[in-house]
Design a protein around this ligand. Structure first.
Ligand code: PLP
Length: 826
């Protein structure tokens, strides 16, 4: 920064750490009237939203600049988080809360003749640049990094279309495009001057609607940065989320013009820009398509070019790279960073291989997110040849040296070498991205204790043996700002009244609620907040979707991506068991329950989509059956996203975390429910195990096979045994497969029958059904004793402090990044 040049914005700068409140009215009114050239009275809801957002951005701009200046000046070690997904949700209220300007905004809006605050808030699109847990984790992490004042940049892609909008038609999932950027986004700042160039080994074309590659012609993509402020709580540090948009140069080679194919050149240009058009909507299985490969390459190339440019500005010597730069790879999606970093250090910095390898290794770290074998990314060698041949050369050299090491430690153990090789031989050779990530980084972490253990002991056992010091665990967390303070203002106010508000940045403070478990007055008030949340949700549900639910019934929620391993089907079958009980004996005692489901299925995932259909058919049949009225009700809420989670979680009594043990790496939905006073019915899986450890197992409803039992049972497990020997299981399955819920669609659920009874029920629904049913019975009994229930809920909240993403990020900072806070002066 040139300090002799007077800062033209100086006049607005706040000397003290406080925002220029006197200017407040100007901000909003000016933006409404001048940005859109409308009168205050005539402004649309959207225009008013943009004006609030822009005035809030005005308010934070000085802090944002000051953060950048301080980081540039002090040159601390910076953390760079690379993720293909950021499931941000809405930003407005989050920024208001983190800036602490609630009152200011309310005052300001008073100048507006039509102040329907909720409508303005809900005008903001829910930024769905992610599929589920992995993308939401990235969003929680950037919040915690800023709150902890760690100098950090999140890198991702600026998809024009986020995760699809889900609607339900005759019970079927319909996908609709989510054009969330249809209108200018008030938060983002385009930084064209920091555009980077991405060399590509081919050109692109279109064939039958699919992007294809045309080999033999090198081309170039431009990565344009779009920056978003990430406001830490208290507004001290404002970090940046930098999303890359693909573009092509504004001018073409003269050669191309003179070739006369003017139109063709323009079309090429549009094709290149499709690279960041759309997010791939599958959360586990790999897309396997060249466009996704190009997206990953594009993210890595743009981000590393940016990181290196930033490094070179403040440092002369490459030797200090690992002292100034920590790069975290969110899953293997950006694992090409291993090769790209080597390329930069070899070809650009002209270092020797050994020097480059040492620096690259110490700079990069990798987080593994799944144990599902189908989610382990592999890319055809052919894609590398086409798009980035130099990276392939480097990967081959990494592999050659690595296999030498394997040979030295395990002479002529060819099977081991074959298992561990980065290259998978076969008719089409493939690059195993997880192997590349483990070999090329100094840290591989899982996301919950059990997941890290299984990773070491099963999935990548050979690597854990070779590099024991690289493997570690960082149990996931979520940000208490969005998931408690914003989502649950009633519970937050009550808690702050009791223990103060330090918990917002130190969630271990929640433990101070424990003594209040025996305070009957507090318990009554705590129950009241839950009741208020349930009533609020019920009235929203009525007005938004037309469903009527009874806020006195148990609100029992399973909201997450629809996947076989998450076992929405187990929940659905259990509902049919209850339904059958009511039909055979209407006097059956059970507390009234409302079962909420929400979640998207990958558009190509047949069984997951059929599960949605089944849930909807069960819901319809139960609604039509008088015996169920006031007893059980099923609601499938369409279009699960962050905003819906914020509404439903505070209103839930029971959290369903019922994955087949050993398959849910961590989960974060489980954590959000615990913090918001729901009890959990769940398997011993992911972070749920550690949650129960914190709260005490007696305060959890754990059931079912353990991860070890799942493995040891697999060999002889016969789902049909349960069908033949458990009358309730049989009756429930018969009802489903004999079309009790699908009179007009005979046989529609046949693929589910095949999966459960003919193909071995891989996720062991039937093995766990009776244990689940019994545990659900205990849930019902406890709910009848509302004091006992609420005491347990409060114990759960009080012991959820470990699961703040602030704790998770502090551990990454200490153990993996060696990064420290860099306080921004007042
Ligand atoms: C938290 C969250 C998830 C992750 O939920 P899990 O139950 O851990 O799978 C997915 N989607 C959204 C919108 C979330 O908020």
């Amino acid at each position: 920064m040139n300090s002799s040049n007077p800062n033209p914005l100086k006049q607005y700068e706040c000397g003290e750490f406080q925002f220029p409140h006197d200017a407040k009215h100007e901000y909003y009114d000016r933006h409404v009237v001048f940005d859109h050239v409308v009168s205050m009275d005539a402004a649309s809801q959207r225009e008013r939203f943009e004006a609030v957002a822009r005035s809030l951005r005005d308010l934070l701009t000085q802090r944002w600049l000051l953060t950048k200046e301080t980081h540039d000046k002090e040159n601390p070690k910076r953390v760079y988080y690379l993720s293909m997904e950021y499931l941000m949700g809405r930003t407005l209220v989050n920024n208001i809360i983190n800036l602490g300007v609630d009152k200011f905004v309310r005052d300001d809006l008073r100048s507006d003749p039509r102040q329907d605050w909720t409508d303005v808030i809900e005008t903001e699109p829910d930024a769905g640049l992610g599929n589920g847990g992995l993308g939401r984790l990235a969003a929680c992490f950037v919040d915690s990094l800023a709150t902890l004042q760690i100098p950090a940049i999140g890198y991702g892609l600026r998809y024009e279309y986020g995760i699809f909008k889900q609607t339900i038609n005759y019970g079927f999932q319909i996908e609709q495009p989510d054009h969330w950027l249809a209108r200018p986004d008030p938060w983002e700042v385009t930084r064209r001057s920091e555009t980077v160039q991405v060399p590509v080994g081919c050109r692109f074309g279109m064939e039958k609607g699919v992007l294809v590659t045309i080999p033999g012609h090198e081309s170039k993509l431009l990565g344009v940065p779009y920056d978003r402020p990430v406001v830490g709580y208290g507004g001290r540090t404002i970090n940046t989320l930098r999303l890359w948009g693909a573009a092509t140069p504004d001018f073409f080679d003269f050669g191309e013009f003179s070739s006369g194919d003017f139109v063709g050149a323009i079309v090429d240009r549009l094709l290149a820009e499709t690279v960041t058009r759309v997010l791939y909507p599958s959360d586990t299985t790999l897309a396997g398509q060249v466009l996704r490969f190009v997206q990953e390459y594009f993210l890595v190339c743009c981000s590393l070019a940016d990181i290196v440019a930033r490094y070179e500005k403040s440092n002369k010597d490459w030797q200090h790279l690992p002292d100034k730069v920590a790069i975290q790879l969110n899953d293997t999606h950006p694992a090409m960073a291993v090769a790209e970093m080597m390329r930069i250090l070899l070809d650009h910095a002209n270092l020797s291989w050994d020097e480059a390898w040492d620096l690259s290794l110490r700079t990069l770290a990798y987080t593994n997110h799944t144990l599902l074998p189908e989610a382990l990314e592999k890319w055809p060698v052919r894609f590398f040849e086409l798009i980035c041949p130099r990276l392939l050369e480097i990967i081959y050299e990494i592999n050659r040296r690595f296999l030498d090491d394997v040979e030295k430690s395990h002479p002529s153990d060819e099977n081991r070498a074959t298992r561990m090789s980065i290259v998978e031989e076969g008719p089409a050779r493939q690059i195993r991205m997880a192997n590349l990530a483990i070999i090329g980084t100094h840290s591989t972490n899982g996301v919950a204790k059990i997941h890290s253990d299984l990773l070491r002991s099963r999935v990548v056992h050979d690597f854990a043996e070779m590099y024991p010091e690289r493997f570690n665990n960082k149990t996931n967390g979520v940000t208490p700002r969005r998931w408690i303070k914003l989502a649950n203002p009633d519970q937050s106010a009550l808690i702050s009244e009791a223990i103060g508000d330090k918990w917002v940045t130190d969630l271990t403070e929640f433990r101070r609620l424990l003594p209040l478990v025996n305070d009957s007055d507090f318990i009554a008030r705590f129950r009241k907040t839950k009741q208020v949340s349930k009533e609020r949700f019920a009235s929203w549900l009525k007005s938004a979707l037309g469903h009527e639910v009874d806020p006195k019934s148990i609100f029992d929620s399973q909201i997450k991506r629809i996947h076989e391993y998450k076992r929405q089907l187990l929940n659905a079958i259990h509902i049919v068991v209850l339904y059958n009980r009511l039909r055979s004996n209407p006097e059956t005692k059970m507390p009234p329950r409302t079962f909420f489901f929400a979640g998207k299925a990958a558009p190509s995932y047949r069984l997951a989509k059929l599960t949605i259909k089944l849930i909807n058919n069960i819901a319809r049949k139960i609604d039509a059956d008088p015996v169920c009225h006031g007893r059980i009700k099923v609601v499938f809420l369409p279009n699960y996203n962050v905003s819906l989670a914020e509404r439903l979680i505070p209103a839930s009594d029971l959290s369903e975390q019922i994955s087949t043990a050993g398959y849910e790496a961590s989960g974060t939905g489980n954590i959000k429910f615990m913090m918001n006073g729901a009890l959990t019915i769940g398997t011993r899986d992911g972070a749920t195990i550690e949650m129960a450890e914190e709260a005490g197992e007696e305060n959890f409803f754990l059931f079912g096979l353990t991860a070890e039992q799942v493995v040891s049972t697999r060999g002889w497990y016969k789902p049909i045994w349960h069908y033949e020997n458990e009358p309730e299981t049989r009756a429930a399955l018969d009802a489903i497969f004999n079309d009790h819920f699908s009179k007009d669609e005979p046989g529609i659920f046949e693929p589910i029958r095949e999966s459960l009874l003919l193909k071995g029920d891989f996720f062991m629904h039937l093995a766990d059904l009776s244990s689940y049913t019994q545990t659900q019975q205990q849930v019902g009994q406890l709910y009848a004793d509302s004091d006992a229930w609420t005491r347990r809920a409060l114990i759960n909240v009080a012991t959820s402090g470990k699961f703040s993403s602030d704790r998770t990020i502090s551990e990454y900072a200490a153990d993996i990044w060696d990064a420290k806070p860099c306080p921004i002066s007042h």
